[in-house]
Design a protein around this ligand. Structure first.
Ligand code: NAD
Length: 293
């Protein structure tokens, strides 16, 4: 299968690597030429534009930062839908929002292309290990067409419902990730200030009722999990500014239904302080710095 991959960042590059490993032809595009060069090193074919990539691919996968970038790349005049073949499948793995995803699916259907939203959970470790969870929104046909490709990059492929449902599930998950990153930071810093060794405290939490994915796999306290971003200068993971985007999207999506999200709103403020202090591109776990002495 001829696959086009757009957005070769922290997540996109390792996901593309897993597609290449199973023998697919993968064409790569990114606005960063350095990112394209890294994809070519792994065996991808470089594309000079979104249009060139879309014209020759059976399937186009996007892994982009924000809903407005996703909309431009997929629906713009030089975008994927304008240049893809009839019957092509477009899989948007970016974290976007339910409304944008549903709109893009409708525009795609009107021009003879199938679009699904398929945001992911599992972070960079999951992207490298091909163990991502994909939350898929779209038609039954779209889901069944996307499933074999997503299975190469992940292990849980879940059909959440019609277009936009994948993004809805993703926003619910990520507000928990944001809130629990703050909560684990608070807890770890209290423990250390009371004289506990961070690794001992983490071991207790991870066998007690406070255990969660952040405490166990992504602990924000440096030195607790050797391969977590917190133990590697807060680099290489999920950028603080992307978390602010996700929490903002969750808050926006709750607006019409007046769904209260007080913990989400408060957590967002901590990430905004970190970003304001110059930490926007650091991993989310750098928020622990706001609680450390
Ligand atoms: P990133 O910033 O590392 O990568 C985004 C890539 O998109 C960059 O290489 C950038 O150059 C490229 N790009 C931006 N605008 C473009 C355009 N117009 N055309 C082509 N390429 C363009 O981000 P990431 O961490 O890989 O995250 C990508 C998406 O996945 C985001 O929506 C994020 O919220 C989501 N996500 C990230 C993680 C994580 O742990 N990093 C986990 C789950 C979901």
């Amino acid at each position: 299968m001829d696959i086009g991959f757009i957005g070769l960042g922290h997540m996109g590059l390792p996901m593309l690597g897993n597609l290449l490993a199973t023998g697919h032809t993968v064409r790569a595009f990114d606005t960063s030429s350095g990112a394209i060069a890294q994809a070519v090193e792994r065996g991808a074919l470089p594309s000079r534009s979104v249009a060139e990539l879309a014209a020759s691919a059976d399937v186009v996968i996007t892994m982009l930062p924000t809903p407005s970038v996703v909309r431009g790349v997929i629906c713009g005049p030089d975008g994927v839908l304008a240049h893809a073949r009839q019957g092509a499948l477009v899989i948007d793995c970016s974290t976007s929002d339910p409304h944008t995803a549903a709109e893009i699916e409708m525009i795609g259907a009107a021009s003879g292309k199938t679009v699904v939203d398929a945001p992911v959970s599992g972070g960079v470790p999951g992207a490298k290990a091909a163990t991502l969870t994909f939350m898929v929104g779209g038609s039954d046909l779209g889901f069944e067409s996307a499933r074999p490709i997503l299975s190469v990059m992940g292990k849980n492929i879940v059909h959440c419902g019609p277009a936009g449902s994948g993004q809805a599930a993703k926003l619910c998950n990520n507000l928990l990730l944001g809130v629990s990153t703050i909560a684990v930071s608070e807890s770890m810093c209290l423990g250390v200030s009371l004289g506990l060794a961070p690794d001992v405290l983490a071991q207790i939490i991870n066998t007690s009722s406070g255990r969660c994915w952040v405490s166990e796999v992504y602990n924000p306290y440096p030195g607790v999990v050797a391969d977590a971003p917190a133990s590697n200068g807060f680099s290489g993971g999920f950028a603080c500014d992307l978390m602010i985007k996700d929490l903002s999207l969750a808050l926006d999506s709750a607006h019409n239904s007046r769904q209260p999200l007080p913990m989400t709103a408060l957590s967002k403020q901590f990430f905004q302080v970190l970003s304001h202090q110059g930490g926007g591109s650091k991993d989310i776990s750098a928020v622990v710095g706001l609680f450390k002495k």
